[in-house]
Design a protein around this ligand. Structure first.
Ligand code: AMP
Length: 169
């Protein structure tokens, strides 16, 4: 699931995983759990999350890769977030939820998570444009990109994803 912050990758990823009967894996959830449990990884990434900056590639990659390796099927949300993280991982489909910046900004402010403060949101959107957005072209070139209009009611988006990715497609 590839989307700007607040683009709905969590919400739609969970719904899709449920429909497909596979696990939903979120790098953000994983890192937040590490912070909450104050593991060594959590202590290292805490500041990045608070500032709305991407955590270092090696740390995130080391945390996520073993989980992917031990599973066959999953919906992955939040990883990769940089081209460097995309090396050596391959996906059947990369869903790009396309949502305009003004809309995600409004959604993030309404959500109110710790890293949803106005100045932090700006950082996260900038990081998205600079670092994550290039992955859209990368996966389009690989022929696995599914471009979805993410500025629609949740149920409509979920139905489109089920139709295009469900067992019954
Ligand atoms: P998310 O829940 O996907 O919005 O992620 C929340 C925060 O976790 C991000 O703002 C980053 O600080 C960090 N994060 C999550 N996934 C990654 C990743 N793949 N690479 C670097 N940082 C990440």
């Amino acid at each position: 699931m590839l989307a700007p912050p607040g683009g709905g990758k969590g919400t739609q990823g969970i719904r899709l995983a449920e429909h497909l009967g596979v696990e939903h894996i979120s790098s953000g959830d994983l890192l937040r759990a590490a912070v909450a449990e104050q593991t060594p990884l959590g202590r290292e990434v805490d500041g990045y999350l608070l500032a709305g900056e991407l955590a270092p590639d090696e740390l995130v990659t080391e945390a996520v890769r073993p989980i992917l390796r031990s599973r066959e099927n999953y919906v992955l949300d939040g990883f990769p977030r940089r081209l460097a993280q995309a090396e050596g991982v391959f996906f059947d489909v990369v869903v790009f939820l396309d949502v305009p910046h003004e809309v995600v900004k409004r959604r993030l402010l309404a959500r109110g998570r710790a890293d949803d403060a106005p100045e932090v949101i700006e950082n996260r959107l900038r990081e998205y444009e600079e670092d994550t957005r290039p992955l859209v072209d990368h996966y389009r070139a690989e022929g696995v990109l599914l471009h979805v209009d993410g500025d629609r009611p949740q149920d409509e988006i979920a139905a489109e994803l089920r139709e295009k990715l469900g067992h019954d497609r």
